[in-house]
Design a protein around this ligand. Structure first.
Ligand code: F6R
Length: 621
């Protein structure tokens, strides 16, 4: 949440900052701003409520100069989305200017203390506290004899200030006294430094750096980076100077292009045959009829010892975890619990060292998922990650894990990450299954089915025109139910989440048979039910649930297997998908629901890639 970008070097900083903010806009988009040093060493500020394009227009009208600056795109936590509350924020009399991602929990008491010292607050944000606090400690250091321009003085002021903050931060700071320097610091909110010849970059994630440099250093908590054009110094709050570990990015700028698609979300939906293939690549051990993983970092002996698995995640990733529960329990016979990370982090369930934890996350930065994983690690449980973003905090802190290799997911609504997560969970179910009860033949069958999946998903995408047409008939409806059973129950939850988050239409997902215990009261002519009803062991029972809805005049849209006439006799509209084994159905049946949400949102005039109030990477609690 919130995107930070900074640059120091020889390029036109304004161009770089605006391009970087556009690339980071998925992290928050209610206001944006930049601060740059001009040729005379003065700091210029431009801030606007609204999207980055509005800031960019303001800068076109009133340009900023220079080759050093910082920028921010905001997802509001404290204070409304106004010009004043937009970052960067200024401390003291303009000695310090900074951008911040995160939440300062003790801001109210710090604000009181600083006001008592005479500092004047101009915004409602928690961030302004950090700016004044650093300005205050800078002043104190100078009174103690520190040179105002000395790096040592600035660093001490920052270090003392950061120790007083409770909460999370990613920070990029400019000092009026030092136009040749940017300071970046992190605790709980991600920051990556880009290294180039005669230039350095800082950003919340690598996307602004693509096309500029491939060499990056990921900051860890309590690290401070001092950037000049030619130098990167890294320090840890407790252990002092560190030598930066430079890594090479494996992304290219084409990965973050929309290509010929109107929206990232549609592009990402259509990428799924490829992303599912990527999730499986190199992960079959054909001779042993099992899967293999390079990064679990546990021996077969240790893995066999596991008697319980906890899958923890948020949002869409939590829905993937629910599918994982069904998969692992069916094929590996290991008990699985699915925990909301936001609950697990504060609960105290009886977990043992025989419990294995998987944190499932696209971004690898979700604050609750990270905290839940850390809590489990603290208690001695092996904690692994199923993660998309390489080098993210969760990927780095996990004891091991599996990457999705889905490429950047930029649409705020998660699509391809979900199907990749489910693919990886299917591979894990196969792997754990083959270590325990699953036969060689059953393993072989799973591998063959999985290998056929990219082709099946490509055929699934052919329902796009039908979905678009159906969407146009339901776009005026304000309440939807999504219903499915067994493997398709999490799909119903995910379909409902997709619709509500991007079209602002109320939708609820339920196990189809649970409907009778309450939600059936909602059914009327204006409340459509989307039934996920591919052929499965309890197919006739789901058809009965559909009949119950029809008997109450509820419109029914069904997601069904190709050639299914029985469903067509009951439902008002049917979207056909290829038939696959039950355990693979979520990958196939979720796709038309992604498309349905996309088209309803589009027809309702919503911003599909940037839905209101949301941000891609939820780095605050
Ligand atoms: C929904 C969506 C969110 C995320 C959730 C977890 O479309 O994108 O619900 O799934 O915020 O994010 P990650 O997977 O990055 O931990």
């Amino acid at each position: 949440m919130c995107g930070i970008v900074g640059y120091i070097g020889h390029r036109n900083v304004s161009d770089f900052l605006i391009e970087g903010l556009n690339r980071l806009e998925y992290r928050g988009y209610d206001s944006a701003g930049v601060a740059t040093f001009d040729a005379n060493g003065a700091i210029s500020l431009r801030k606007r409520a609204g999207r980055v394009c509005e800031l960019s227009e303001a800068i076109d009208r009133d340009p900023v100069e220079g080759t050093v600056g910082i920028g921010h795109t905001r997802w509001a936590t404290h204070g409304k989305a106004t010009d004043e509350n937009a970052h960067p924020h200024t401390g003291g009399n303009g000695e310090v200017v900074l951008v911040h991602n995160g939440v300062i929990e003790n801001y109210a008491s710090l604000r009181g203390q600083l006001q008592a010292l005479g500092y004047v607050f101009r915004t409602e944000t928690d961030t302004e506290v950090i700016a004044h606090l650093i300005a205050h400690h800078l002043d104190e250091q100078i009174k103690l004899g520190g040179e105002p321009e000395s790096e040592d003085t600035l660093l001490k002021a920052v270090e003392v200030s950061l120790r007083k903050l409770k909460g999370t931060y990613g920070l990029a700071v400019l000092f009026r006294a030092r136009p040749d320097l940017i300071l970046a610091a992190r605790n709980g909110s991600p920051l990556v430094v880009g290294v180039g010849p005669g230039e350095h970059f800082v950003a919340s994630d690598p996307s602004p750096l693509l096309g500029y440099t491939e060499q990056v250093v990921y900051l860890a908590d309590h690290e401070i980076a001092i950037l000049t054009a030619d130098r990167l110094d890294l320090r840890h709050r407790d252990s002092g100077r560190l030598s930066p570990s430079v890594q090479t990015l494996d992304q290219v700028s084409a990965d973050i292009d929309k290509g010929d698609f109107e929206h990232y979300m549609l592009k990402e939906i259509f990428e799924q045959p490829q992303t599912i293939e990527n999730a499986m690549r190199g992960r079959f051990e054909e001779d042993e009829a099992t899967a293999k993983f390079g990064g679990l970092n546990l021996t077969a002996q240790q893995l066999r010892h596991i008697d319980r698995i906890v899958l923890t995640a948020c949002g869409t990733s939590w829905h993937a975890a629910l599918v994982g529960e069904y998969l692992i329990e069916e094929f590996a016979r290991v008990p699985v619990e699915v925990e909301y990370a936001s609950e697990l982090r504060y609960r105290n369930p009886p977990l043992t060292d025989k419990t294995m934890v998987f944190a499932i996350t696209q971004s690898g930065e979700t604050a609750d998922t990270l905290a839940a994983m850390r809590e489990c690690q603290r208690k001695g449980m092996p904690s692994l990650a199923i993660c998309n973003v390489v080098g993210s905090t969760i990927a780095r802190e996990a004891d091991g894990g599996v990457y999705l290799h889905a490429g950047p997911e930029i649409g705020v609504a998660s699509t391809k990450a979900f199907t990749s997560q489910v693919t990886v969970l299917t591979l894990l179910a196969l792997y754990f299954g083959r270590m325990r009860h699953l036969s060689y033949q059953a393993g072989k069958r799973m591998i063959n089915n999985l290998k056929a999946l990219p082709e099946v998903v490509a055929r699934t995408l052919e329902c796009h025109d039908a979905v678009q047409e159906i969407a146009s008939r339901y776009l005026g409806m304000d309440n939807f139910l999504y219903l499915g059973r067994l493997y398709n129950f999490p799909v119903a939850l995910e379909g409902a989440l997709k619709l509500k988050e991007i079209s602002y239409v109320h939708a609820e997902g339920y196990p189809a048979a649970e409907m009778k215990h309450g939600p059936i009261a909602l059914i009327d002519e204006r409340t459509p039910s989307v039934f996920v009803v591919p052929r499965c062991g309890i197919y006739p029972k789901v058809i009965s649930n559909m009949e119950e809805v029809k008997a109450r005049k509820g419109p029914v849209i069904a997601i069904a297997c190709e050639g299914d006439r029985e469903v067509a006799d009951v439902a008002d509209d049917v979207i056909y998908v290829p038939e696959v084994d039950e355990y693979l159905q979520p990958i196939v049946t979720s796709i038309p629901l992604q498309m349905l949400a996309y088209h309803i949102a589009l027809l309702r005039g919503c911003n599909v890639d940037r839905p209101r109030n949301l941000a891609k990477s939820v780095t605050v609690e």
